[in-house]
Design a binder for this molecule. Structure first.
Ligand SMILES: [Zn+2]
Length: 459
């Protein structure tokens, strides 16, 4: 790449260019007036400032999802699309990561998208990452299950030693109370998070050994747990990540409150606002103090439908000019069911069938999502009642329009976990997706653009 900058008289005075040599090494040459400087840097794939992760259980909505991102681009907001699918989802629908890659590449080609995009191996660990390595270039390293495990004595000692340089307290710009550093605080942080970050390091290095340095985006997630991580926890987690030399670009903590799948935030919005702002401030501090990658940002998991906190997120990222990654939670699948319900009798019959089966198998379907689902059984309509509904009534009950007379978040959450039922319908379901692609695609695009991107980016 060569970039030339001319002064007002049109005389070339500043040239920057870089060359890629060998694997990952780039040489940057700056000519500024008469000065020439040369920098040698390893190449690192970078995620854009704003990025949006969309999942797609059945790999049919890639183009509709990308159309929503392109609509935002046409309004001047550049958002990097990321297609994510977790190991859990692949296991439930019996799909392979290659399908997500094909879907993303096909959508990008069909719509002529010429900006970056990524395929996210979502919530992976050492035992399942290998099936993703070839097809993904974004890895969400999930170490939630290692929180609270014991690190070795040597590891704890090394961490305590590396913190000695921090002194007795660390002041963070914008936060009134400093982070207090003492033996007790460090032992507590190590007891909670050191084993988890060490595991993240092992997983990161495993991926790096196959894909090469800088050839993928790294996210670390700890969100699927009961206890939130505070901004102080975030400070120590980032210190450990820096010590472990993981070039993390996004981090997904467990925030205060409940982030149930597919429905609005449940919790104290003002408390969330304080925590989110302090997390941003801690990250900004850690990027400089611990030499973490510039542009490191928060990732909000189960981030779709959290309409009551979107204004808070929008304000804070604007205030500090920072980026955000929002990972949605299977809402594309819900739009498929909505689309089927309004597409005519054939689709409505299948939509009702999905609800009836999900209702009968509620416990089994909810089990893998215990931390991120909360259904009040008494609000669930009986399948017998639903059998008499019109398509509009079904869609209105399922579609997330706050204040809509029919909207039922319990009904929505149950269908959310019910995709296993659709996957068991096999080709019957897939053929309907294809037959009613236009109606369904319209629902998917509207959901992402009108209900999400517009709210998040003030479009
Ligand atoms: Zn998550």
């Amino acid at each position: 790449m060569i970039q030339e900058v001319f002064n007002r008289r049109g005389i070339l005075y500043n040239i920057r260019f870089f060359l890629q040599v060998q694997n990952n090494i780039h040489i940057f040459v700056f000519v500024h007036g008469t000065r020439i400087s040369v920098h040698i840097k390893p190449f690192q794939m970078k995620l854009g400032k704003y990025s949006f992760g969309t999942g797609d259980r059945f790999n049919h909505q890639g183009e509709a999802q990308l159309r929503a991102i392109m609509k935002a681009a046409a309004q001047g907001i550049d958002i990097t699309p990321v297609w994510n699918k977790s190991n859990r989802e692949h296991n439930i629908v019996h799909s392979e990561p290659e399908g997500t890659r094909t879907e993303a590449d096909t959508a990008v080609k069909a719509l002529g998208w010429d900006k970056p995009y990524f395929v996210d191996a979502d919530h992976i660990n050492l035992s399942n990452v290998d099936r993703f390595v070839e097809h993904a270039d974004f890895f969400t390293i999930d170490v939630a299950s290692f929180i609270g495990k014991k690190a070795s004595t040597g590891e704890v000692e090394a961490f305590m030693e590396s913190c000695a340089a921090l002194g007795n307290e660390v002041a963070i710009d914008g936060i009134s109370d400093p982070v207090v550093i003492n033996k007790k605080v460090l032992e507590k942080a190590a007891g909670s998070y050191l084993a988890a970050v060490k595991e993240a390091g092992r997983i990161y290095r495993h991926i790096e050994s196959i894909k090469g340095t800088g050839k993928f985006i790294t996210e670390i997630s700890m969100d699927e747990v009961d206890t939130p991580q505070t901004p102080i926890d975030m400070f120590f987690i980032l210190k450990m990540i820096a010590d472990e030399k993981i070039p993390v670009q996004t981090i997904a903590p467990k925030f205060t409150g409940r982030f149930n799948k597919g429905v609005d935030y449940e919790g104290d919005v003002s408390k969330f606002a304080i925590e989110f702002e302090q997390d941003v401030l801690v990250i900004n501090h850690a990027v400089k103090a611990f030499s973490l990658p510039a542009g490191l940002k928060l990732s909000v998991h189960s981030g779709s439908d959290k309409f009551s906190i979107y204004p808070v997120i929008a304000d804070i990222i604007k205030k500090y000019k920072v980026g955000i990654h929002v990972k949605t939670a299977g809402t594309t699948w819900l739009e498929e069911v909505i689309g089927l319900a309004i597409s005519g009798v054939e689709g409505l019959v299948v939509a009702k069938d999905i609800y009836r089966k999900a209702f009968e198998r509620k416990e089994e379907l909810c089990a893998p999502y215990a931390d991120v689902i909360s259904i009040n059984d008494s609000n669930l309509p009986s399948p017998g009642d639903v059998a008499g509904w019109t398509g509009e009534k079904f869609a209105g009950t399922l579609r997330h329009i706050p204040g809509h007379k029919d909207y039922n978040p319990d009904f929505r959450q149950l269908i959310h976990v019910g995709y296993k039922v659709a996957s068991e319908m096999g080709l019957v379901y897939i053929k309907l997706l294809e037959k009613y692609a236009q109606v369904i695609g319209g629902c998917v695009e509207e959901n992402i653009y009108d209900r999400h991107l517009k709210r998040l980016f003030n479009l």
